[in-house]
Design a protein around this ligand. Structure first.
Ligand code: HEM
Length: 126
């Protein structure tokens, strides 16, 4: 498996473990106020990033491109900013809103870079 796929899938499985622990804590406390943060951590962090990892595993030429590494970091940083921003927003902390907006836009940029990676022709082997 290409290194970039391991990065995507390896980080994704960490996010889903954190997300599941958060889900269990929510259930145990019967406080579901952070459910949207749980959902986004699981669906972006686990589902989307793991899918990207599997895509790069199936398209080895693209996995070796610099775009794939850049895309990994843009998607990762976007998630790291978006989820805490969402938690703060759901906790009614005003500074959370600009943070979640910035994180969401970076997360979107990561997905756009992934689309570019999909649609552009594979780099030539040297
Ligand atoms: C141990 C595993 C998990 C536990 C204990 C758990 C627990 C929960 C709980 C307690 C809620 C709130 C329900 C409510 O508001 O009534 C929730 C919502 C949700 N969960 Fe999970 N969850 C788990 C895994 C996952 C995974 C893997 C995903 C996605 C891949 C996911 C996606 C969602 C979504 C989309 C919602 C709805 C959020 C909303 O209404 O804002 N969950 N989960």
């Amino acid at each position: 498996m290409p290194k970039i796929s391991q990065w995507f899938i390896g980080s994704a499985v960490i996010y889903v473990i954190v997300g599941m622990i958060g889900g269990i804590i929510m259930g145990a406390k019967q406080d579901f106020s952070l459910a949207p943060a749980h959902a986004h951590l699981n669906l972006i962090g686990w589902v989307s990033l793991a899918l990207m990892g599997f895509y790069y595993n199936a398209n080895r030429d693209k996995a070796e491109s610099r775009l794939a590494t850049i895309q990994f970091w843009v998607s990762t940083v976007g998630l790291w900013i978006m989820i805490p921003g969402l938690v703060l927003t759901l906790r009614m902390v005003p500074v959370g809103e600009p943070i979640v907006i910035a994180g969401s836009i970076i997360t979107l940029m990561g997905m756009i870079l992934f689309a570019v990676s999909i649609f552009r022709s594979a780099p030539r082997r040297v």
